[in-house]
Design a protein around this ligand. Structure first.
Ligand code: HSE
Length: 308
């Protein structure tokens, strides 16, 4: 059946969670919504409208990520994409380490696949989305929901769901400045020692058990990382102050969300509001405005609605 309008809602994600660099992420209940209307009669290939506070930061030209992802599905089959009107309702802050690019890639590919009559299974779409982004840790939870570990194999990515304990609350502290993932990757060393590899492997193993069991003392230890955070902290003003404020207010652990600059704290339900307030005031004391909020894990991931 051919659909002329497809709407895709895709959740924000927080990746890495400390030691799970480029392999672990969790979907959060903040969403971008993308509506695609196929218009065969249109003379322009794409017409993009963006709504939301940060709308000015999104390209409305044919180089925009959402359209590139949409067109990529058709390119994959050696076809030209149909003319399309795209309306974006932004709910995920841009360039803050909350997976806004992944929402565009997942949204564009899912919509194109639906409008093209479902030529690809979800499993293949997911592999295509990971290849477009370059790493799986935002894409996979944005697509599938929940907390996911992605493991490279010689046949693509093996995905494992990590059960998220009902006792754990993700709190995000989103400062009002951007940090590009590219810049945050440039500061990382290209090689690490065996000691660092062992440190991260052991802490990630512990973190996965901690997430499943909700054991706070394991979260605290398990969120430690030596692969990327020591290098990225310098890109986030007052990182140490905000981390200390969260830990003093009862957070189990704090990590940079994705490539930053958002910080993620994991807390109990009882401490979540207090942790959020203390993180916000720590940044405010340094003159940095931040939006800080306890969130929920989005269990369902990307969802599609169609209208004829
Ligand atoms: N794992 C990635 C990074 C997340 O930390 O650079 C950003 O997409």
């Amino acid at each position: 059946m051919a659909f002329s309008t497809v709407t895709v809602q895709v959740p924000a994600t927080t990746a890495n969670l400390g030691p799970g660099f480029d392999c672990l992420g969790v979907a959060l209940n903040l969403y971008n919504c993308f509506q695609f209307t196929q218009n065969e009669a249109s003379a322009t290939p794409v017409d993009i409208t963006v709504n939301g506070e940060e709308a000015a930061g999104v390209s409305t030209a044919s180089d925009s990520l959402i359209y590139r992802a949409f067109a990529h599905l058709y390119d994959h089959f050696g076809q030209s994409p149909p003319p399309v009107k795209i309306t974006i309702d932004l709910g995920v802050p841009l360039s803050r380490g909350l997976g806004s690019s992944a929402t565009a890639i997942v949204g564009g590919l899912l919509a194109a696949n639906k409008l093209a009559g479902n030529p690809l299974e979800n499993q293949d779409l997911l592999q295509l989305a990971i290849a477009l982004e370059g790493h799986p840790d935002n894409i996979v939870p944005a697509f599938l929901g929940g907390c996911r570990l992605a493991v490279p194999t010689n046949k693509g990515w093996e995905i494992c769901e990590i059960p998220w304990s009902e006792n754990l609350v993700p709190v995000v502290a989103i400062p009002n400045f951007e940090l590009s993932t590219q810049q945050a990757r440039l500061v990382l060393p290209s090689q690490v020692s065996r000691d660092v590899a062992i440190f991260n492997a052991s802490h990630l193993g512990l973190l996965l058990r901690a997430i499943e069991t909700g054991r706070g003392n394991w979260i605290k230890l398990g969120m430690q990382d030596q692969l990327h955070q020591p290098y990225r902290q310098q890109l986030i003003p007052n990182y140490t102050d905000v981390e200390s404020a969260a830990l003093s207010a009862g957070a189990y652990g704090v990590a940079i969300s994705g490539a930053g600059p958002t910080l993620l704290a994991i807390t109990s339900f009882g401490d979540a509001e207090n942790v959020a307030q203390e993180m916000q005031s720590a940044w405010e004391k340094a003159g940095i405005k931040a939006q800080v909020m306890p969130l929920e894990v989005s269990k369902t991931g990307a969802s599609i609605k169609t209208n004829n």
